[in-house]
Design a binder for this molecule. Structure first.
Ligand code: R5P
Length: 298
């Protein structure tokens, strides 16, 4: 097996390769002055099973284009199979038509990946459990909930309640409740303006405890979490932590989250977080071990 990394999250790819007892393969990625990329695989991949690791995150268009060229270089050079490890699958939130006339971006991405010879996909915490069905190739859908549960099970669980910041996340908190010995859970009903994406209204469903953990799949601007934390505080929560898988942290999210009423934010390294986008309230847990285990299970 040969393992390669695109430019989006090399620290995670290096960890995964190390855990598999491998080194990352050699790719040449050149960016021209006009920002076009040229990609070449240097190692011989003819007849080999290759693994390509690439996430998307804050620059989805850049990293998807890079990924398409990496996949094409593998296919043209005769790789026998291509496992794509895409810890965060960008564009997954546009998985259906919300307003007439919209593109279904996720379907476009899936078609492109499959046409480029991907034979298996490994990813983390999809926004919707229906996403694997869109793919024709096998998908291994991992979840950070196990990692979060391990962390919670070492904590003092007195007065702790799990909260979903929207109704779409109820299955997620129910699962986490099971993994943490039946912690109580509640949910917030969040409504967004479909044109602007702004959060319009929020309502509590269920009892809020003194200590709350909000559980979410993605943090982009951080507005969902900040609004949820404020609502929970108004409803009596004294300590509000967050556990979320994918830390996109768009625009001013790091500063906004640090200055918010949230006490602590735990995320994973499915996306690379450069030092300048980390902050004191943040803790990062790694997904490298479950990823390398899933790759080996091939
Ligand atoms: C929405 O349904 C997702 O689960 C996240 O809550 C949302 O995408 C987070 O976005 P933001 O951080 O921009 O509020």
């Amino acid at each position: 097996m040969l393992i390669f990394s695109g430019g989006s999250n090399r620290p995670l790819a290096e960890k995964v390769a190390r855990e598999l007892g491998l080194s990352l393969g050699n790719l040449e990625i050149i960016t021209f002055p006009d920002n076009e990329n040229r990609v070449r695989v240097i190692d011989r991949v003819l007849g080999e099973d290759v693994v390509v690791i690439q996430s998307t995150g804050i620059s989805p268009n850049l990293y998807y284009m890079e990924l398409f060229f990496i996949l094409d270089s593998m296919k043209r050079s005769g790789a026998r199979s291509i496992t794509l490890v895409i810890p965060y699958l960008g564009y997954q939130r546009q998985d259906h038509i919300f307003r007439d006339g919209e593109a279904v971006s996720l379907e476009v991405i899936v078609k492109l990946l499959e046409s480029m010879g991907v034979t298996r996909v490994i990813s983390y915490d999809f926004h919707s459990v229906k996403i694997p069905v869109i793919f024709k190739v096998p998908v291994t859908h991992l979840s950070a909930l196990e990692i979060f549960a391990e962390h919670i099970n070492k904590m003092d669980k007195t007065d702790l309640v799990l909260v979903s910041p929207d109704m779409g996340g109820i299955a997620r908190i129910k699962k986490l409740s099971e993994l943490t010995g039946g912690l109580p859970f509640a949910s917030i009903e969040k409504n967004r303006d479909l044109d602007t994406g702004d959060i319009e209204s929020e309502k509590m469903h269920g009892e809020v405890g003194k200590r709350v953990i909000i559980v979410d799949d993605v943090v982009s601007t951080g507005k969902t979490l900040i609004a949820a934390a404020d609502l929970l505080r108004k409803n009596g929560a004294e300590e509000v932590s967050v556990m979320a898988t994918h830390a996109i942290f768009a625009k001013t999210a790091p500063k906004d989250l640090e200055n918010s009423s949230i006490t602590k934010i735990i995320v994973t390294d499915t996306l690379r977080l450069p030092k300048k986008r980390t902050f004191p309230k943040l803790q990062v847990l790694s997904v490298s071990s479950p990823l390398s285990k899933a790759i080996k299970e091939e």
